[in-house]
Design a protein around this ligand. Structure first.
Ligand SMILES: [Fe+2]
Length: 227
């Protein structure tokens, strides 16, 4: 029975490979991992719904269209970002928008513990001296990003953590940013992420962000970044 199941799975995989569907499936639009109102009162339901169904979906649709035209389906997003300067700017903007939001939804949770896991705490202390120093650096990057963009905590090539900010939909995986690394925590500071609830008070949105961080996901990304 077991052998038969393996055989069927093998034939199915081969059929998908031949039809090219595996490649087409490589750029999926994932489900939001919680309800639109799950992050209230920190992020309101209407903002979440518009952010996910319109902004994120539009980046995804535009990226898939560009990826199709440029035959990028065989590449991973990481591979594309590593050479993003060589592609039309629509790949940078929409590929970034697609990927950044995907990661952002995952590092948020309605069940945040409110503090980092032991492993992440130690890594932060090793790189920044203390959690408070890291928090100040991250908040500073988020608040001072002029116009639209993101603030990031990433694992650098030396294995140490660093904080950075990027404009528009750029991210630390791209070959166009000043400091490259693998992102493990990020905040979207585009006005579309907070304006309905917070209006011009980006600082309040950034402060409340800490209430909804999914630290176990951050740890997962941290471990993955070292592989
Ligand atoms: Fe956004």
């Amino acid at each position: 029975m077991k052998q038969l199941l393996f055989f069927i799975a093998g034939v199915a995989t081969l059929a998908l490979l031949v039809s090219g569907e595996v490649k087409a499936q490589s750029f999926e639009f994932p489900q939001l991992p919680y309800a639109y109102n799950a992050l209230e009162p920190n992020i309101d339901a209407q903002t979440m719904e518009i952010h996910y169904t319109r902004h994120h979906k539009a980046y995804y649709n535009n990226f898939v269209k560009a990826a199709d035209e440029l035959s990028l389906a065989g590449l991973s997003l990481e591979e594309i970002f590593a050479n993003v300067s060589k592609y039309p700017v629509t790949v940078r903007n929409n590929g970034g928008g697609y990927y950044n939001h995907m990661l952002f939804w995952e590092i948020l949770s309605p069940n945040s513990t409110g503090k980092p896991t032991e492993m992440v705490q130690k890594a932060i202390e090793a790189s920044f001296g203390s959690f408070q120093s890291f928090k100040e650096a991250f908040e500073g990057a988020a608040k001072s990003q002029f116009g639209s963009g993101w603030a990031w905590l990433s694992v650098g090539v030396d294995g140490k953590l660093f904080v950075s900010s990027t404009a528009n939909q750029d991210n630390p995986l791209m070959d166009v940013v000043a400091q490259r690394g693998k992102p493990i925590l990020m905040i979207d500071v585009w006005e579309h992420a907070y304006y309905l609830k917070y209006q011009n008070k980006r600082a309040d949105y950034v402060t409340n962000f800490w209430n909804i961080v999914n630290w176990s996901k951050v740890e997962e990304l941290y471990k993955k970044a070292h592989n």
